[in-house]
Write a protein that binds this ligand. Structure first.
Ligand code: GLA
Length: 378
């Protein structure tokens, strides 16, 4: 059954009637540009063909009731009276309601069901997808227009302030504004977007390492703090404003960790720009090399990879069908992304999975994905 079928069927069971609206918001894979978004830098993600779905109908009262098919659990809260109870998945929905109210949106109650096929913890932004699906649901029942960039900002605000994860804007943005068959270069300072068609004959392949580390949020928040401290050292608001020359000149006055964190961000921003230029001139091989360089930088300078991920990426990079591969997303496990020649896709997948299991004893899930449109009413 598709997630769409699941939300409809579950709705009938839970609420004895038909849903009136269906929202969908996709997960994402970032092709290059990691931990650059909260430094006002550049990212290059695409929305994937996996999404979270909500089937819903308005309620007369002020309640929101949302049943998760995955957790088999009903979330209920009153729009005029709710608190953060750190109660897991439901906080993302409450966080969106809170952020909308904080920004003076008038909200109506609704009831719905949630299901999806974005694997959790895999670095594919299932939480941003959930947030954008909820934002679309509120928009549809409360009658305000869908403004994707505004909703992405609200999603980030909810995650920063309600959930306590100091994420940047990338995940919510791409889930809200994604375009079919395109990756989007996003300038995270101006929120300007450039849509870049993906090269044909080279599918984007997601390799899930199956590694799920605890304490990811605190390690993530720590990286962000480190970046902000280096920016302060240079007396600029964000690392986006420091050049590589300036960093190198200042090396003697920075501790080793600060230097390497900044070196990752500054060179990664340049790699995003170079990647877009490479793809626009049809140079897929050059793009692949930049992906590989990005992984090295995350491993050695930013230190957000892990041994199993390094093995997975090394295996993928070593196969002739692979243009390039790197870890994607926040890090500390999750997934890698690889660009692979279509003609050799099947053996590539088989060989990666076999070699990964041989070397780590773990199983890698593989998702071949296409770029899809952002959050929608279906
Ligand atoms: C997570 C965050 C994003 C971004 C990436 C790393 O996915 O939510 O804002 O910082 O990590 O690039």
């Amino acid at each position: 059954m598709t997630p769409r079928d699941i939300v409809i069927q579950t709705f009938r069971q839970q609420f004895q009637g038909e849903p009136e609206l269906i929202t969908r918001a996709p997960g994402r894979v970032n092709l290059i540009g990691e931990h650059t978004d909260y430094n006002d830098g550049f990212v290059f993600p695409m929305a994937i063909n996996r999404a979270l779905w909500i089937a819903l109908r308005p309620r007369e009262d002020r309640l929101v009731r949302l049943f998760s098919a995955r957790y088999e659990e009903m979330l209920t809260f009153d729009l005029d009276d709710f608190e953060n109870t750190n109660a897991g998945w439901g906080e993302y929905a409450k966080g969106i309601a809170w952020a909308l109210k904080e920004n003076n949106y008038k909200l109506s109650g609704w009831e719905g069901t949630l299901a999806g096929d974005v694997p959790g913890g895999a670095g594919l932004s299932s939480s941003a997808a959930f947030e954008m699906a909820v934002a679309r649901a509120f928009g549809a029942v409360s009658g305000f227009a869908w403004q994707p960039k505004e909703m992405a900002k609200l999603g980030q605000y909810a995650e920063n302030r309600w959930v306590g994860m100091n994420c940047g804007i990338m995940d919510q943005m791409i889930s809200a504004v994604g375009e079919k068959d395109h990756a989007l270069m996003i300038d995270c300072r101006s929120l300007e977007i450039r849509a870049v068609p993906l090269p044909s004959g080279t599918p984007v392949v997601i390799l899930d390492s199956s590694i799920r580390h605890g304490l990811v949020d605190s390690a993530y928040n720590e990286r962000r703090r480190q970046c902000e401290e280096v920016a302060k050292h240079f007396q600029v608001s964000m690392l986006r404003d420091v050049t590589l020359e300036q960093l190198l000149q200042e090396k003697g006055n920075l501790d080793d960790i600060s230097f390497r964190r900044a070196q990752h961000v500054i060179t990664e921003n340049q790699r995003v720009l170079d990647s877009v230029a490479a793809l626009q001139s049809g140079n897929t091989a050059a793009f692949g090399k930049l992906m590989n360089a990005s992984h090295d930088s995350m491993r050695t300078d930013f230190e957000i990879s892990c041994p199993e991920m390094d093995i997975l990426v090394e295996i993928a990079q070593g196969l002739p069908a692979c243009y390039g591969a790197r870890m994607t997303g926040g890090g500390f496990g999750g997934s890698a992304v690889a660009l692979v020649e279509q003609a050799h896709l099947e053996p590539f997948i088989r060989q990666v999975q076999q070699a990964y299991t041989d070397r780590t004893g773990l199983q890698a899930e593989v998702y071949v994905t296409q770029a899809e449109k952002g959050a929608s009413l279906e």
